[in-house]
Design a protein around this ligand. Sequence first.
Ligand SMILES: [Zn+2]
Length: 360
Amino acid sequence: MLNNSKENLNNSLLFKKYNIDVFNIKFVSQADFSIELSEKSTILEKLLEAHELALANVKAGNITGRAFATNVCTKDNYWSLGTNFNNTRNDISSICGERSAILAAYNDALIRFSKSGEDRFSFKIKYLCMAQSVEFEKMTKTAVPCEDCLSWLNTNRCFDDNTTIFSFEKNNDYGVFVRATKLCELLPYKDFVTSNNFDLNKEIVFSESAKEIVYNQNISKDDIYNLLLKTHSAYLKNNLAGISNQNIACSILTEKDIYTSNKVDWTRRWHCEPLEICSYKAINAENSMHIKAICYFGDEFAQNGEIKYHDKIVSIKSLGRIRQKHATNNTLLILNFEEKILIITLGEYLPKKFIQGYKI
Ligand SMILES: [Zn+2]
């Protein structure tokens, strides 16, 4: 009872400060979505808390001068809050608000588990309430996870198809409103399972958009076979993948040439991703280049035929890097499956990011 009244007091103070009318503020979603009024109030409060933390992070001197914060709710209804941490501008010493909050939630859940005496630890995230340091008056766009975060979020272990992301957005129709996005709307197809068995007799299947692009950009059958053959040959020769047991090769087709690379393992955890290496080779050779097609070749992390890890061979993180300048939603993605070769566009593979062009 005491907790409830305390919460209500916090709610009303924050709502007053930001002029939020809980009854009238809209929740907008493309997916099937409904929310109770009481939960709506909690989501709004958690978004405002995250916004306040982001503001505090800028005030504290976070070196990028920008801040994002996330309030994460686990399936068992515990909340944890985190903000971006930028020790340097390098990605290895920086972490976004979403991942920072996920870590906080994981640690909190683990502490509860260690004290509970239970045998089974379960950790699934239900909601991510993402906010940014942009003042309400100046805010336009919604906050969405970057591709480094999406690589974290693309796992069945901690998230599922119902995990929902909330963030404030503003437009002329609704003023300030809350955008609710199902995490699966932002992620690539989950049922793709690539194969390492390859022969040229396999059927090549194009999506409708891919068909159009092949025609418009004059990409020949030979271009596609060459990409496949070079990538397959690199895959077979890769003796650098023995540490992680995940062998991946990748090729890209630019206006001028094909560039191929293997995944290079340094340790089980540290590797160089082949799409980034090919792109680096192409940038070095051509200065300004555009990637017309990408071919990924390799096997999933599987144990006894069962997919164990769902991180997939196509790196979301690398797609995030190349889309900044060198690839578009019309770049083709060529994947080798057991029964067929599938050719789709990056816009179809990672839809929100490529089609709507959210920038980090
Ligand atoms: Zn991020």
